[in-house]
Design a protein. Structure first.
Length: 615
């Protein structure tokens, strides 16, 4: 019980000082000293050091708690030299000399903490600190008297492994650079049987960086390294499978920008076929079939080889049997290719059904939608069935079309050419107004929007007409939850009702709002035009876009408060995480309306009124 309580206290102190400790390795890595802590933080760090040392008592020189004490020492040693024992000072003080004895201490700590960082016996909340302490000790070890090339190579190799793990966990590109530096040094020092393993590590790092940044020039010599790492292995061994997969990845990265070359793709395909024939393929097959099908599809796209196409279809058939919704469109697309090559109508009919199934079951990309459209047109030409096109339009419209409108081509071009900045919302709510029915959902809707995206909130009497007009010029987003009125005979008199007056179509048309991005008009009939010119966009939503807002959400008729609040919550739930750039308002509205429609398909008046206008 005492040990459990002691660990709990240590963990609380560690969480309170996590940000300070997390800065130690990056500072050492970048050749600077860790930032000096404030006095209050110093006391907390001293308490953490004492707690860690007590918890490590009896746990050996590589007790995981000692990693914490070491990192604390790296922060405190300048202000409090006695905070670190003389034996450990060379490990945490960049300016300290590392003699043979200190290098030996650093080497032992390096190996111990490295092992602890990946051990199941180490508490998960201590592993990251063991990793940082290992990196610290390993880098200091290399500053000592030069050991043999063999020993230095081992240190570089392990540092490359640990820095790579830290990059995967935290995503700091500087850690990836450190991993690459040490991997290159380790390979340069390799002269014996360890060379293939180190070549594989460097190839993996180079390939991962190239694929992540989509830059083949960063691949350097990864293909040659991967080939050299694969060559000495027994093709029947499990290790060969892993090296072959690495070589495939490097080959694919090398061909990413060359859409005509097939030699490297064929080499990758030969390796993948060998992997699938491997006696231990069952150990990796769950995650391997998808990439294999993708490689076959890529190879077919470059040279339309019927044999490769049949192989791709067979792979997608296996995937479709496992995950129908995910792979229906891919299988259908390749069956359509085969129909185009051989003319088998069975392939054509099945392709059309599968592509429609894929659109309805999984997020579809532009290629899937275009392929489906091409297949439908071909079906119409071949069969003469006019209903084929109607069914396709219904499928695409229901599942994949995000509706949006524009008052004019000029407004659309202006909306697309604008430079979007971060959101700065103005939220206006008028729940009660003399002579009008109360809107109890207006405040709730405004609160939901404000909680999601922040900004300026004007409610009740504070939402005066002059105040709102002035505020519109200073805000990039605007949300109105209030009464709206449209005059069918004179649509220019359409207006939002505010406590001391109104905000009309004419008022808005006189505004110049170059920084405006997004407006949400949760009021009645804000997107309805007049009866004389019903196709003209002379309404509040269209006028706001003409005044400068690149995107506007409005309504075609009055919607009940509950539905309005739910749709607004859905829209802002997506927009709150968009950051800078044009907000995906049309998609957000599409998804919010879709959720309400799915629950109440028989109540279109509650979900069909909202519309998006803009880019």
């Amino acid at each position: 019980m005492a040990g459990w309580w002691k660990a709990l206290g240590l963990r609380a102190l560690l969480e309170a000082n996590a940000e300070t400790l997390a800065a130690v390795w990056p500072a050492v890595r970048d050749g600077t000293a860790p930032p000096a802590p404030e006095p209050a933080r110093t006391r907390s760090l001293a308490a953490l050091s004492r707690a860690a040392s007590k918890a490590a008592a009896g746990g050996g020189d590589d007790a995981p708690e000692l990693a914490v004490a070491l990192l604390v020492g790296a922060v405190l040693h300048r202000a409090f030299p006695t905070a670190v024992s003389p034996a450990l000072l060379p490990l945490v003080a960049p300016s300290a000399d590392v003699d043979a004895q200190a290098a030996a201490v650093a080497g032992r700590a390096f190996g111990g903490f490295a092992g602890r960082s990946g051990s199941d016996r180490t508490p998960p909340w201590l592993r990251r600190w063991c990793l940082d302490a290992a990196l610290l000790c390993g880098s200091r070890c290399l500053h000592g008297p030069a050991p043999s090339d063999t020993a230095r190579g081992k240190v570089h190799d392990l540092l490359a492994l640990l820095a790579g793990q830290r990059f995967k966990a935290g995503g700091d590109p500087a850690d990836e650079d450190v991993a690459l530096t040490h991997a290159r040094a380790a390979l340069d020092l390799a002269t014996g049987p360890e060379r293939p393993d180190r070549a594989a590590r460097l190839a993996q790092l180079l390939t991962s960086r190239s694929l992540r940044l989509r830059d083949p020039s960063l691949l350097e010599n990864a293909v040659e390294l991967a080939r050299s790492a694969l060559a000495p292995l027994d093709p029947e061994s499990f290790a060969w499978q892993a090296r072959a997969a690495l070589t495939v990845s490097a080959l694919l990265a090398a061909t990413a920008q060359d859409t005509k070359d097939v030699e490297l793709l064929d080499e990758a395909l030969d390796l993948e076929r060998a992997i699938r024939r491997h006696p231990q393929y069952h150990r990796v097959q769950d995650g391997y079939l998808g990439p294999h099908a993708g490689l076959l599809a890529q190879r077919f796209a470059r040279r339309r080889d019927p044999g490769i196409l049949d192989e791709a279809i067979a792979a997608y058939e296996e995937l479709y049997a496992l995950e129908p919704g995910r792979y229906a469109a891919d299988l259908g697309r390749h069956l359509q290719y085969r129909y185009q090559m051989h003319g088998d109508t069975a392939d054509r009919h099945r392709a059309l059904d599968l592509m429609a199934e894929g659109l309805s079951a999984a997020p579809a990309d532009q290629e899937a939608i275009m392929s489906y459209g091409t297949a439908v047109l071909q079906e119409h030409r071949e069969s003469g069935d006019p209903e084929a096109v109607e069914r396709a339009l219904a499928t695409v419209t229901r599942y994949r079309v995000v509706s949006s409108y524009t008052p004019s081509v000029a407004a659309l071009l202006r909306a697309r050419s604008g430079t979007a900045a971060g959101a700065h919302p103005l939220i206006v709510a008028v729940p009660e107004l003399d002579g009008q029915a109360p809107l109890p959902g207006a405040l709730r809707e405004a609160d939901l929007a404000h909680a999601a995206v922040g900004g300026t909130l004007l409610t009740g009497d504070a939402a005066r007409a002059d105040t709102v007009r002035t505020a519109l010029a200073a805000h990039s987003w605007a949300h109105f939850a209030c009464h709206g009125v449209q005059d069918p005979e004179q649509p220019s008199r359409g207006r939002l009702l505010l406590p001391d007056g109104e905000l009309s179509v004419l008022d808005i048309s006189r505004l110049h709002l170059p920084g405006a991005q997004f407006a949400y008009l949760s009021a009645c009939e804000t997107a309805v035009g007049g009866t004389r010119l019903p196709d003209e966009a002379l309404h509040l939503a269209g006028t706001l876009q003409l005044a400068g807002f690149s995107q506007v959400i409005g309504t075609l008729w009055r919607v009940d408060d509950e539905s309005s609040a739910e749709i607004a919550q859905g829209v802002y739930g997506l927009l709150k995480d968009t950051g800078t750039g044009a907000p995906p308002a049309a998609l957000a509205l599409h998804q919010a309306v879709g959720r309400l429609r799915a629950r109440h398909p028989d109540r279109p008046l509650s979900w069909a009124a909202h519309m998006h206008s803009g880019a």
